[in-house]
Design a protein around this ligand. Structure first.
Ligand code: ZN
Length: 351
């Protein structure tokens, strides 16, 4: 089978990889579509993401959809309902162990034994979904309506990240929300915050093009922090501080500003992944203003909720869909996906 395999920074090869036999409880999915994520781009550009470095050849991709091609017969738990050969599915890239204290507490995104698709966190790496076939545990396959496009189904994963971040923000009904960063995740956080009942959503970026997309997706205010560095402070002052800030850039310069922009008693959700190392924060502000600073990492039950929201048309991801490239043109796709002035979400057509 063909796959887009990273051998090191800027060394992405579309080449043949061996398929493997299924183990009990597993499914083989014929992949149709894969979205390029910021973490895929980081692997491609830097050979790593956050604290994870690529140490062996790694098939990228964890935002994938397709159809079930094969199911292992002897699953030791019931198959997810409606799953059979030919079922159209969104793939949940999380494969938690289901047994550790975090899995049993319903926080499987914190599983200490997580096997996440297309990730260099473990050695050997967990190979990803930019591949003609991918083998998963059957419960990672979530059936979607036959009428849902594979591109939409491949957006379930980033939407789940956004829905989980909004859940970590707490009750946003009637609240004034700031989202730092109008990349795919920031824009989906915008959609999720509006869907959850936020009174206003202000979103920032360094470029005007993604902010134009944000305006189309219902942003109350869009702020180009490069063109007008002081406007974000003025916007925060007018509100007496934002109730909630979602930090979705992963840039230290943005992270350190968040405590200055939320009101006393407000909450900051750190969603963007930073490079390795520490970032100095004005911690006394967190203390004296009782500001909550929480992390948000991947998702657990939000994946199924994302599929349901897409299926029901409650959240429309159309504005973020930028372009689709055939798998063989993966390098061109990555170059476009890395150009924030040209692209929000780029997909690979793998079917
Ligand atoms: Zn676990």
């Amino acid at each position: 089978m063909l796959a887009a395999v990273l051998h090191g920074a800027h060394d992405l090869r579309v080449e043949h990889r061996d398929d493997r036999a299924l183990l009990p409880g597993e499914a083989r999915v014929r992949v149709a579509c894969g979205g390029i994520c910021g973490s895929d781009l980081s692997y491609f550009n830097k050979g790593g993401v956050g604290d994870f470095r690529v140490r062996e050849a790694l098939t990228l991709g964890h935002e994938v959809s397709g159809t079930v091609a094969e199911l292992a017969p002897a699953a030791d738990w019931p198959l997810p309902s409606r799953l059979t050969v030919g079922t159209r599915v969104a793939i949940n890239p999380s494969r938690p162990c289901l047994h550790c204290r975090y899995c049993r507490a319903g926080r499987s995104n914190l599983c200490r034994n997580m096997r996440f698709l297309g990730s260099a966190a473990l050695m050997p790496h967990v190979q990803g979904g930019f591949s003609e076939h991918v083998v998963l545990r059957a419960d990672q396959c979530v059936a979607v309506p036959e009428t849902m496009s594979y591109r939409f189904a491949a957006c379930a994963e980033p939407l789940a990240v956004a829905l989980h971040a909004i859940a970590r923000a707490g009750n946003v009904v009637g609240r004034h929300v700031l989202i730092a960063g109008a990349g795919p995740i920031g824009l989906l956080c915008l959609a999720a915050a509006r869907h959850a009942g936020a009174a206003s959503v202000t979103i920032t970026d360094l470029f005007p093009e993604p902010l134009q997309v944000a305006a189309r997706m219902g942003a109350t205010d869009t702020i180009d922090v490069q063109a007008d560095p002081d406007r974000l402070d003025r916007a925060a002052d007018e509100l007496g501080g934002f109730d909630v800030a979602i930090e979705a850039t992963g840039a230290a310069a943005s992270v350190v500003r968040m405590p200055l922009l939320v009101r006393p008693g407000g909450r900051i959700v750190q969603l963007g992944m930073l490079p390795p190392g520490a970032v100095p924060l004005p911690v006394n502000l967190l203390m004296s203003r009782e500001i909550d600073l929480v992390g948000s990492f991947r998702f657990h039950e939000a994946f199924d909720i994302a599929v349901q929201a897409l299926a029901a048309g409650r959240i429309d991801v159309t504005p973020i869909l930028s372009a689709t490239f055939p798998l063989r043109e993966a390098n061109d796709a990555f170059l476009m996906a890395g150009d924030r002035r040209r692209a929000i979400k780029v997909h690979l057509d793998i079917g």
